[in-house]
Design a protein around this ligand. Structure first.
Ligand SMILES: Cc1ncc(C[n+]2csc(CCOP(=O)(O)OP(=O)(O)O)c2C)c(N)n1
Length: 573
């Protein structure tokens, strides 16, 4: 058997796990590992400019592929800089392996230089974490980390490696384990057949049904099964912010995103339904609004891989613990085999009602006569120019909600955003992680002038590795989402939400070696955007001046029911 040092084993195990790129930043505790990286060329390291970006790149790779991304950061400040990225992945159940350097094991607890208790810090925001105490355990720990990250409900796993576990002169026989067995961790692989049968009977008897699907359908690779079931039953489908693309956005059966900024028809459909089939969605507070008023006439079937997510906020009538893909497959089969069919008259009447809602308030915003561009127009143009086929990686704010509402996602894994933690600064590194792995695809980062400045240093990484993403900055010269809340709840007292002294973004990106464009008129938008996307090999930053007073609507009225919404600055349901 080959003898390898701990540092070499780290790199070899990543290779043997099939990892092509890792994203990271070196430092004292990791010098042996970086030296091992230098001496091979199978695992390529991308040197970011801030560790947070490394985690977002790894995370976005996972969101686009459903495979764990890998970040490598040093001890102390390297590790703490990665915390936001780990929490971002944790909140959205994204598989990721983060390797953190640590001080020598005999110094742990002594406040050594660049020591931080990464196990303690990361505990509430990881699916699991490991500390390496024997170098020879490195291969099996890495194998377990990948297994835990991507099975069951996915999530980030941290491996903390003290420097003396990677000493080049101490060598051990290397073998990468072929499989993993963990006695206390056995994720379910099938749903309970009796529960599934009960659920299908309820589906077939429903008169006002709705399918509410979330990120679990995307990460569980269950989109095809969801579509098949929805087709069989002719039921309306709504997606959460995390679930967009799980059901095609242009499909007639799609009623839009639901929740706080969901479509009027999606929220109305939910509120008036008599049966909700929830798949891989967790009834989060941005969906349910006031839980005491949530969907008063609905019975609930809830499919989730994580038993802890079921009946956490909303009591399920029929809980089904299992992978969305397998449970939906079983449901499709049962519907096929059943002699019963949904009540066609009732479903038709339901669709008539939904279409009426759709006609009344569906996807509406107003343009005025001024040349001032509406942010929604920009997203619609992005959808047109990229033919709805781009990976859209968003930051956090109004632009994120517009990108969710006005780009039509027809495929899963194309809409990449921080839904749970809501991390400003996510967009650019996320787009980089996707583009690097899908060089032929169009990859857009939709951002605001606030969010982009949280990780703008990554423009330098893009130059070093030729990562030609397209940055669509909806520049409203303010922290728009904050300002919207201040308009609605604080009589427009705009406390610290106006941003002046913004850089000239065109000059700034040019100084990094990229292309900058400023667009101020709608009449110039299409040509400019086509020009930007035609520059296949260049990173283009489009600084697009939009109406600074626009709000995102619909917006649910706080603590109301799902049907209580503001539809514009003056209209309420
Ligand atoms: C790291 C971080 N800090 C603060 C917030 C709170 N927050 C949410 S949206 C928002 C404004 C975002 O502004 P911008 O990126 O310009 O987007 P816009 O809303 O104007 O489209 C802020 C400050 C956050 N989500 N993340």
């Amino acid at each position: 058997m080959e003898l390898l040092s701990g540092a070499e084993m780290v790199v070899r195990a990543l290779r043997d796990e099939g990892v092509k790129y890792i994203y990271g930043y070196p430092g004292g505790a990791l010098l042996h590992v970086y030296d091992a990286l230098f001496q091979q060329d199978e695992v390529e390291h991308i040197l970011v400019r801030h560790e947070q970006a490394a985690t977002h790149m790894a995370d976005a790779y996972a969101r686009a592929t459903n495979k764990p991304g890998v970040a490598l950061v040093t001890s102390g400040p390297g590790a703490t800089n990665a915390v936001t990225g780990i929490a971002t992945a944790y909140m959205d159940s994204i598989p990721m392996v983060v390797i953190t350097g640590q001080v020598m094991s005999f110094l742990i607890g002594e406040d050594a230089f660049q020591e931080t208790d990464m196990l303690g810090i990361s505990r509430p925001i990881v699916k699991h974490n490991f500390s390496v105490t024997r170098a020879e355990d490195i291969p099996s720990i890495i194998k377990k980390a990948f297994y835990i990250a991507q099975t069951g409900r996915p999530g980030p796993v941290v491996i903390d490696i003290p420097k003396d576990m990677t000493t080049p002169t101490e060598r051990f026989p290397y073998e990468y384990p072929k499989s993993v067995k963990l006695r206390s961790y056995n994720p379910v692989t099938k749903g309970h057949s009796g529960q599934i049968r009960k659920a299908v009977d309820m589906l077939l008897a429903a008169k006002r049904p709705v399918i509410y699907s979330g990120g679990g359908v995307i990460m569980g690779d269950a989109s095809a099964e969801l579509i098949e079931l929805a087709r069989q039953l002719n039921f309306p489908v709504t997606n959460t912010l995390m679930g967009l693309g799980g059901f095609p956005g242009t499909d007639r059966q799609f009623v839009g995103m639901l929740g706080m900024h969901g479509s009027y028809e999606a929220n109305m459909t939910m509120h008036h339904s008599d049966l909700i089939l929830a798949v891989g969605a967790r009834f989060d507070d941005r969906v349910t609004n006031g839980v005491d008023k949530f969907c008063p006439t609905a019975r609930i079937v809830h499919i989730d891989i994580d038993p802890a997510s079921i009946s956490k906020t909303i009591q399920a009538d029929v809980p089904i613990v299992g992978p969305a893909k397998v449970v939906l497959e079983d449901m499709v089969q049962l519907v096929k085999d059943s002699k019963k069919r949904p009540d066609a008259d009732a479903i038709e009447a339901w669709w008539k009602q939904i279409d009426e809602w759709r006609g009344r308030h569906g996807g509406r915003y107003r343009t005025d006569d001024s040349e001032m561009m509406k942010p929604q127009q920009v997203i619609e143009m992005l959808c047109k120019v990229t033919q709805g086929d781009a990976y859209v990686c968003s930051d956090v704010g109004q632009h994120q909600m517009f990108a969710a509402q006005y780009y039509q996602y027809n495929k899963p894994n194309r809409w990449i955003n921080s839904g749970g933690l809501g991390t400003m600064g996510f967009g650019l590194p996320a787009a980089m992680g996707v583009k690097l792995n899908f060089p032929e695809a169009e990859v857009a980062c939709v951002t605001g002038e606030g969010s982009i400045q949280m990780n703008i240093q990554e423009l330098s990484t893009c130059k070093q590795y030729d990562i030609p993403v397209k940055i669509i900055c909806l520049n409203n010269q303010s922290l728009g989402m904050v300002r919207q809340w201040q308009d609605m709840n604080y009589e427009s007292r705009h406390s610290q939400s106006y941003m002046n002294s913004l850089p000239d973004f065109v000059k700034l990106v040019e100084s990094y070696g990229h292309v900058g464009m400023k667009v101020t008129k709608y009449s110039e938008l299409e040509a400019a955007m086509r020009e930007a996307f035609a520059m296949k090999d260049r990173l283009v930053f489009m600084d697009i001046m939009v109406d600074p007073f626009e709000h995102v609507y619909p917006m649910q009225v706080p603590r109301g029911s799902m049907r209580d919404m503001w539809l514009s600055k003056t209209e309420r349901t």
